[in-house]
Design a protein around this ligand. Structure first.
Ligand code: XUL
Length: 546
């Protein structure tokens, strides 16, 4: 593409979807990848007939069971497309490619005959009327479900232990991962399993509808299933058999999953349903959909040394990994990198105790006020006089630690409380970021002179917190004004897939990065926090041994 076209504010246009936990969002970008149209549908609010809370249905008899109805997602998609169709100026006929993101790990079980239905959608009828009977399971398990512990154990045993599974698939067995969810369906709803023609992830499910045929699961989202051999990028026979043991090497499961595909693959052109009903061009391409985290990763264009830190309900870190870690995988997840085609990976670390814990400490020690909280942070020195704190409101995932607070002074003696509110507040923030750095380094993250930290999520609005993040990691921190990263990432991926001509994703997309540097680390930060990190690691170990 010549420079003039790259700078263009006009077409061609790209459409990016994000089917997240609570809503479906769509953005249209111009060729300069600026958002020109944006619509959304919220499940709780706009589709109350499905009775969701936060986009999910919780089983009243078992709080670990959390599902959502795929037909609700279909209805929401129809509404989003209707909203897009009515916008001025109409752009759907100028969209050259569509991709999208889905909440990770959730699964959709298409009933036998589903493919036929997808191929023959009638443009005069609503999608949700035509797909109402297309699913073998009406309530799809989603990532919030944690009811599959016994199937996780079964899978780990079948492959020879947690570490073997992690080496093979990038993660130990996790309840929300799709492998153990499929195993649960196989063991408890055999009829529905047998009636299933195809199993999609949430991402490949939406892609299938746009394609009018079953869409392949992309490598990156497939890495959140405990089923993909992340080196070979094929389904692992031993894992398939660990999930569906009576199916002899799990062959039938491989068929139900279909072969996985590179994330940058162009899967085909849009189904005639969308051409006739909404006015899309019949040349519009469908690029593989992926998970919401991989798609946000694409939007951030993370370089080899960069770290994305999302400070939300849970704190999530993404890293780009040029190679797999040599020694163990610990508590993180390794996904096939969605934007680098060869042997590159992306790591994801999910810490359960993020902003809710920050809010608790703000309430207990800062009168519920962020400005008091920040004043307290300002009145304590980096390193907090050697005091170190661990604060967990919920069972933590990384590392697996029971809820509770643990406080230590300079000498390493355990305290029930620190001497002042100031020390308490700084101990929380320093402790959280030391933990993020410790576990990132454990899975092979290298902080170098080139490292940039890209901060997102609600917590990234607090500049004082970001300064400590910068100091603890000894790296500059960048932020971006806008936060619709997964759907925007989908538009970037479409443009790269259609016009990248083999150029590396980050170089091709670089021009649109809107991240601004907000902090550099203080000069003394490295010395202080390198030492503190060593003490933190030892203290964390003592808590784990309690
Ligand atoms: C990641 C995870 C969530 C979902 C929902 O492993 O479970 O972030 O992708 O957004």
């Amino acid at each position: 593409m010549d420079d003039e076209t790259e700078q263009s504010g006009g077409g061609p246009f790209y459409l990016g979807f994000d089917l997240s936990t609570q809503s479906v969002k769509a953005v249209v970008t111009n060729d300069a990848l600026q958002v020109v149209q944006e619509v959304s549908v919220k499940f709780d609010q706009d589709l109350p007939e499905f009775g969701t809370s936060g986009g999910a249905n919780r089983d009243p008899t078992n709080s670990k069971v959390v599902t959502a109805q795929p037909i609700m997602w279909v209805k929401a998609m129809g509404l989003v497309l209707e909203k897009l169709r009515l916008l001025e100026p109409p752009l759907l006929d100028q969209i050259v490619g569509i991709s999208g993101a889905g909440q990770q790990h959730g699964s959709v079980f298409w009933k036998r005959g589903g493919l036929e239905t997808l191929r023959n959608l009638d443009p005069d009828k609503f999608l949700h009327d035509q797909l109402a009977f297309a699913f073998a399971i009406q309530n799809s398990p989603i990532w919030m479900d944690s009811s599959t512990s016994e199937y996780c154990d079964m899978l780990e045993k079948a492959v020879g232990g947690a570490e073997v599974l992690a080496k093979l698939t990038g993660s130990r067995a996790y309840e929300r991962f799709t492998g153990s969810q499929i195993s649960k369906i196989f063991h408890t709803k055999r009829e529905a399993y047998n009636a299933t023609e195809r199993i999609s992830l949430v991402s490949s499910f939406i892609a299938s509808i746009f394609l009018g045929s079953y869409a392949a699961i992309d490598y990156s989202d497939a890495s959140g299933m405990n089923l993909l051999d992340i080196r070979e990028k094929t389904w692992s026979p031993i894992c398939l058999a660990g999930v569906v043991p009576e199916e002899g090497e799990g062959a039938n499961l491989a068929e139900k999953l279909g072969p996985p595909t590179p994330t940058e693959a162009v899967l085909g052109t849009i189904s005639p349903y969308f051409v006739e009903r909404y006015g899309f061009s019949s040349d519009c391409k469908v690029v593989a959909f992926t998970g919401d985290n991989p798609s946000s990763f694409a939007e951030m264009c993370l370089g080899a040394n960069d770290i994305a830190v999302s400070l939300g309900t849970s704190d999530t870190l993404f890293l780009s990994m040029p190679s797999l870690p040599q020694h163990g995988f610990g508590e993180g997840h390794i996904f096939v990198n969605p934007i680098a085609s060869k042997d590159h990976y992306m790591a994801l670390l999910c810490f359960k105790n993020g902003s809710l814990t920050r809010e608790r400490i703000r309430r207990d020690y800062a009168n519920g006020s962020w400005s008091i909280f920040n004043e307290l942070l300002d009145s304590t020195p980096r390193g907090n006089f050697g005091n170190v704190g661990f604060y967990y409101d919920l069972w933590e995932i990384i590392p697996k630690i029971k809820n509770g607070d643990h406080k230590f002074n300079k000498e390493g003696s355990k305290l029930t409380k620190f001497t002042s509110n100031e020390v308490e507040v700084r101990a929380l923030i320093e402790g959280q970021f030391l933990s993020r750095r410790l576990h990132a380094e454990k899975i092979g993250c290298k902080i170098t002179k080139e490292t940039k930290i890209l901060a997102t999520g609600g917590g990234s609005a607090n500049p004082k917190i970001l300064q400590i993040l910068s100091d603890v990691f000894n790296a500059p921190v960048y932020v971006q004004g806008d936060s619709n990263s997964a759907d925007l990432g989908a538009c970037y991926r479409v443009k790269h897939a259609l016009y990248g001509e083999g150029r590396p994703f980050d170089q091709f997309i670089q021009s649109v990065q809107a991240y601004q540097k907000v902090w550099d680390p203080n000069k003394d930060a490295k010395e202080i926090y390198d030492k503190m990190l060593q003490r933190f690691a030892i203290l964390e170990q003592t808590i784990l041994n309690l």
